[in-house]
Design a protein around this ligand. Structure first.
Ligand code: UD1
Length: 338
């Protein structure tokens, strides 16, 4: 069965391609290489022994998208990762984000709507909840006004899929709302490769541990949490990748209850920034150089998932602990810098 993975050479995409191939799916990757490298294919081959098909296509080029689906009429499912994801950059360049994240989604859906049957998995984010009133966050928590154009593209993306599914019964879709993905494949063949200075906590920590960065800035210790630092739900990228395969199988086997569904993907456990640092120090045996600095604009106090819907409906559960995920992130960082 042929599955298209857009952004399949990126961080979460590449881990998902591995899990798909491990399950026997035939994978074809589209990636524009704007934030990834063709070398990731070697890592995928090293793990799975199989090279996925790869086409370098910019999904903003509508005619290329149309042409792709003509040439690959046998694609039965699409997992759509390709998108821009830097919150700060999205504030600076909103139109780039709307074009990249919304334009491309529309072109893909237009093609899928032409098919007799199509399954679509969308990369969404817990950012759609903003600061939720109740923890852990359930899928029916209200969607709040987005803090950034990036966040808005995830909300709008979900709405566009909802509206499309209402009128295209042959299309079945699932939006997966990720909490905070981290870590790397245990083989250290693939992992996260942020370009430039990492914006996210875990790659910043591992790069500081390697001496690439002098010091981690902890953004605020005056939040109403156990130690004053923000709480997030850090999920191992391999667990996250496996959830995509389970979600896709749910659609392919017509086990979905509605033709558009939403699931949280998290562990259900919240960790503070200082707990994440402690985990790094534990698995690496190194002291991390960090200092407390003022809060970062736009950060919410806490976000962790209620995982019951994913556990019960998808039959999926995150298995790795924070320490295991951190160890994989650290092993990967050491390998990349070796
Ligand atoms: C951020 C985005 C979120 C997006 C996700 C994608 C914001 C407000 N949210 O999530 O919309 O889906 O990235 O990856 O930007 N921290 C530090 N020092 C650092 C970096 C982070 O203390 O150098 C803290 C942050 O304050 C936060 C936690 O670490 O409490 C996690 O931060 P981060 O990895 O950036 O993820 P989110 O902010 O949760």
């Amino acid at each position: 069965m042929k599955i298209l993975v857009t952004g399949g050479l990126g961080f979460i995409g590449s881990h998902t391609v591995v899990e798909l191939q491990n399950k026997g799916f035939e994978v074809i990757i589209i990636d524009d290489l704007s934030n990834s490298s063709e070398k990731v294919l070697d890592g995928i081959v090293a793990i799975t022994g199989k090279k996925p098909l790869f086409e370098k296509i910019d999904l903003k080029e509508k005619s290329k998208v149309e042409d792709f689906f003509k040439r690959h009429a046998d694609v039965q499912g699409v997992i759509h990762f390709a998108a821009s994801k830097a919150v700060g950059e999205s504030v600076e360049k909103p139109l780039l984000y709307y074009e990249n994240n919304i334009g491309t989604l529309v072109y893909l859906l237009k093609e899928l709507a032409k098919k007799d049957k199509a399954s679509f998995i969308f990369s969404s984010s817990c950012t759609v909840y903003g600061q939720a009133d109740k923890m852990p966050i359930t899928e029916d928590a209200p969607v709040k006004t987005a803090e950034s154009p990036y966040g808005n593209t995830k909300q709008m993306g979900e709405e566009i899929i909802t509206d499309t599914c209402k009128v295209v019964p042959s299309l079945n879709a699932i939006a997966l709302r990720y909490f905070n993905p981290m870590g790397a494949h245990p083989s250290t063949e693939i992992g996260e490769l942020p370009i430039g200075v990492p914006q996210n906590l875990v790659p910043f920590i591992t790069q500081t541990g390697m001496g690439l960065r002098d010091q981690l800035s902890v953004f605020g210790d005056d939040y109403p949490t156990s130690d004053g630092t923000c709480v997030r739900d850090y999920i191992h990228v391999v667990d996250l990748a496996k959830a995509h395969v389970v979600a896709l199988e749910r659609l392919l086997e017509a086990k979905n209850k509605e033709n558009y569904e939403v699931f949280n993907l998290g562990t259900g456990t919240g960790s503070t920034v200082l707990e994440v640092i402690k985990s790094f120090e534990k698995v690496s045996g190194k002291k991390l150089n960090y200092k407390i600095v003022p809060r970062r604009t736009g950060d919410i106090t806490e976000a962790y998932a209620n995982t019951e819907k994913a556990n019960n409906e998808l039959g999926w559960k995150a298995e790795s602990t924070l320490d295991e995920a951190m160890k994989s992130a650290w092993d990967w960082e050491q390998k990349v810098r070796a």
